[in-house]
Design a protein around this ligand. Structure first.
Ligand code: LLP
Length: 463
């Protein structure tokens, strides 16, 4: 082994990319319940099981790569959010995290509402029977056609994101002989990422109407004058993968401040506020997400307190979790191909997917965990990087990982917590086919989104 790459001479297994020294986990066969779906375990042969089915069987039947989604876990998480917020609040699942017709039906059955942000998401929701009044329509650049479809379908609310849109939705609704319920999305001037909370510059972005400049108040003035729309509330979404509630606290304070100004200026108490989504999940054992009931308690308390001090009736609260519901419920199952040890550096483990099924590592430097799932192993840990089959070196799925040193082509490995923003952001880069989503529950599996085929690709290419 060459030592030249590491002049300081760290042990091969101890140095990670950014120079941190990290010991491998005590037991590479252990599966941290924080990052794996609820029904994940190992069978007597050492293969990982989910919903009572071994991944080896799932791989045989459905091929790899595949997103394996634990339906009962999804339902439990959806229900936990619903129960935590109770009858006086609404939970809108953010469809952008992952949407399919099966998911829409589960949400419907579990009593959740749905946030969509494109004509495609709206079509999926409606085609699976989600009642239109339980749908919120979002987006910073809704097309006239999308607005017309949403109004005509009778969606419960449209979240307005610009001055043009206020007028456009009002006119569209009037033309259709309707009065559309709307919220106005504002930017409250906080930026919240993971556990950071930076109170600068957040208004300098494409979403929402800034509060501090007075534009949000002006938007409310205009909305209240138009007959085609009924302003029911104010919306704020402060970011994603947030663990720290302080950003929500500031947001609630400022949204309630606007409600108070609206009451003082117009004599109107708006009945609803939406605090958006963004609650974090565990991608690795280092992440400690909050439970829905803690989040519900914290948000309800903040809003109630702020409203009491502003002498306002407490509005109906809604939230829009996406990742926190679907994220932990799925893992991506891959087959190991090339295993390439680089002396003095690490071992590159290539899988049969990559950045086309998980762009988050390349795009956000996201961290993931990974485990050997087709068997257990007592081999020494090796420092690895899990990479895909695409033609670029940034095609990384898991940047720093410890895997058993005897890992070999044909083994199955899985990356947990890929339920959110992986299938929904998947691409056909290099004409690689997008994997299926296989839902498992009580010993049964079914494909809810099928694997793409070369025929699908060629059908779009009309020559
Ligand atoms: N509501 C609104 C208005 C949003 O814009 C979003 C996410 C959500 C709710 C749901 O947020 P969640 O609870 O899922 O964090 N592609 C990125 C995430 C983009 C989030 C965009 N908006 C990622 O992979 O991390």
């Amino acid at each position: 082994m060459s030592r030249s790459a590491h002049p300081a001479g760290p042990r091969h297994a101890d140095v990670l990319t950014d120079g941190h020294y990290s010991a491998p986990p005590a037991d590479l066969n252990a599966l941290d319940p924080k990052v794996w779906a609820h029904t994940v375990g190992r069978d007597a042969d050492g293969a990982v099981t989910v919903g009572g089915l071994p991944v080896t069987r799932l791989a045989e039947e459905y091929g790899t790569p595949a997103y394996i989604l634990d339906e009962s876990d999804f339902r439990e998480r959806a229900r936990a959010w619903r129960t935590a917020f109770g009858a006086d609040a609404d939970v809108f699942y953010a469809g952008k995290a992952f949407l399919s017709r099966a998911v829409v039906r589960w949400l419907h059955e579990e009593g959740l509402n749905l946030d969509v942000c494109s004509g495609g998401e709206l079509a999926t929701a409606l085609s699976a029977g989600m009642p239109a009044e339980r749908i919120a329509f979002h987006g910073n650049n809704k097309s006239p056609e999308e607005i017309e479809r949403a109004v005509a379908a009778g969606v419960g609310r449209i979240v307005l994101d610009s001055f043009q849109e206020i007028v456009r939705v009002a006119h569209t609704a009037q033309a259709l002989g309707k009065r559309q319920r709307v919220q106005i999305r504002i930017t409250v001037g906080v930026e919240a990422h993971t556990h950071e909370f930076i109170a600068t510059a957040h208004e300098d972005q494409k979403f929402g109407i800034p509060l501090a400049s007075g534009q949000a108040a002006e938007a409310v003035r205009r909305a209240l004058q138009l007959d085609g729309i009924e302003l029911i509330g104010i919306h704020s979404h402060i970011g994603s993968q947030i663990f720290d509630m302080s950003g929500f606290e500031v947001a609630a304070h400022r949204v309630v401040g606007l409600l108070k100004d609206i009451r003082d200026e117009h004599g109107v108490e708006l009945p609803e506020i939406d605090l958006g989504g963004g609650l974090g999940i565990a991608y690795t054992s280092d992440d400690d997400p909050r439970e829905p009931h803690e989040i519900a308690k914290a948000l309800t308390e903040i809003v109630t307190r702020e409203c009491e001090s502003a002498r306002l009736r407490t509005p109906r609260i809604s939230v829009e979790p996406g990742r926190a519901i679907v994220g932990p419920t799925a893992f991506t199952l891959y087959e190991v191909g090339t295993v390439k040890p680089l002396d003095g550096l690490r071992t590159y483990v290539s899988v049969d997917g990559g950045m086309s099924d998980n762009i988050r590592t390349a795009l956000y430097d996201a961290e993931y965990s990974v485990a050997l799932v087709s068997r257990t192993s007592d081999a020494e840990p090796m420092l690895a990087r899990v990479v895909g089959k695409h033609c670029e070196s940034g095609d990384i799925v898991v940047k720093d990982a410890f895997l058993p040193g005897d890992l070999a082509p044909g083994d199955l490995i899985a990356v947990p917590a890929t339920g959110a923003y992986c299938r929904s952001m998947a691409s056909n880069y290099n004409h690689v086919l997008r994997p299926p989503v296989v839902a498992v529950r009580d010993g049964e599996a079914r494909v809810i989104v099928r694997r793409e085929t070369e025929e699908d690709l060629l059908r779009l290419d009309v020559g």
